[in-house]
Ligand binder design. Structure first.
Ligand code: ATP
Length: 327
């Protein structure tokens, strides 16, 4: 155990994700287990700049495991993007005698953490907390499984009405530029088609698929649209399809922010707990500027710059399965 790590700060940054609280709890309890003082920084980097920092204890994190959102609050800080902002943040860091920082967030938060670490020679470690699952170096990010379950549950309900009224539904799911939620929701929700940013599917291809389904007396049709897809949003795609397939009763449902909230699934809680402990143990063992991940059920540490710059691919096998099953 490296002697120098005696005080660790932890913050959540960027968009919130279900399971962030489980990660905070794990960081706090692992620190206390290893006799390290732990400080919660409220509102992400903004809190580091404005010194909204307090010491956390073993009971500070009681009863947060099952809660969505983040008890440490999150924020986006433009000031932290400037050298002056980061200097203020470092002053707070020093004032509390912190030795290292754990950042729970997405790629933007990790970029900030990496720059901060470079500038002030401070050990940092990232925990991937984002529903989008768009970070390399881990099979899954914290919040992804919960978001997929929420989307799938909504699709199940939409399907009830789609089949009762013989309707075609376009359901838009989150994921920014990545189609991970869409792919999982499409397989889990039995969609007739999905449109994701990673695959350049044409409108004509979609129409062909829908016509084939209609010819095969498909009882209900749900098309999943990833928010960042190339053909436009769900409303725009529905309009274009309407022009070509006038016999369909077409409806659109945008799931939006409800996918971000809610109590985390068991998978997300376990993932977050493992990553929180691994982050503290990584710092103790001298890791820095790395992101904790779990790949093939093993904890691994990936340099932050790699986790950010590597584009994580959709699983080809899952994509193939979705296609086979949508006939
Ligand atoms: P999500 O995936 O949910 O969007 P994120 O971590 O990618 O999460 P961002 O808004 O991109 O969210 O970043 C969070 C914060 O990280 C920013 O508000 C900013 O304070 C900091 N940050 C992002 N990029 C940089 C950068 N290039 N330099 C310094 N700080 C940055």
């Amino acid at each position: 155990m490296a002697e120098q790590i005696k005080k660790i700060g932890v913050l959540t940054s960027g968009g919130d994700a279900p399971g962030m609280n489980a990660a905070v709890r794990a960081v706090v309890r692992a620190c206390i287990f290893y006799d390290i003082d732990v400080f919660g920084i409220y509102k992400g980097y903004d809190g580091l700049i404005r010194d909204t920092v307090e010491q956390l204890y073993v009971r500070s994190v009681s009863n947060i495991l099952s809660r969505g959102g983040t008890v440490l609050l999150s924020a986006r800080s433009d000031e932290f993007r400037t050298p002056e902002g980061r200097k203020k943040a470092f002053n707070t860091f020093r004032k509390h005698g912190l030795d290292a920082l754990v950042v729970i967030g997405g790629d933007g938060s990790f970029t900030g953490a990496s720059i901060f670490s470079e500038e002030f020679d401070v050990p940092v470690i990232g925990i991937p907390g984002t529903i989008d699952n768009d970070l390399a170096g881990t099979d899954f990010t914290i919040g992804f499984d919960t978001a997929c379950n929420t989307a799938r549950e909504a699709i199940d309900k939409i399907r009830d009405t789609a089949s009762s009224h013989d309707r075609l539904f376009f359901v838009e799911v989150m994921g920014r530029d990545a189609g991970f939620i869409a792919l999982n929701a499409a397989i889990g929700g039995g969609a007739v088609a999905m449109i994701v940013p990673e695959h350049n599917w044409s409108l004509e291809g979609l129409i062909k698929r829908l016509r084939k389904g209609a010819a095969n007396q498909k009882a209900s049709n749900v098309v999943i649209v990833a928010e960042g897809c190339h053909l436009g949003n769900a409303y725009a795609i529905a309009e274009q399809v309407k022009d070509k397939l006038d016999y369909f009763d077409i409806r659109v449902s945008v799931l939006g922010h409800l996918q971000r909230g809610g109590s985390p699934t068991t998978l997300d809680r376990v993932l977050a707990s493992r990553m929180g402990v691994a982050a503290v143990e990584g710092l103790i063992n001298g890791e820095s500027k790395v992101m904790v991940g779990v790949m093939n059920n093993q904890v691994i540490y990936t340099p932050i710059h790699e986790a950010i710059k590597t584009v994580k691919k959709l699983d080809d096998e899952e994509f193939r399965i979705a296609k086979i099953l949508s006939i």
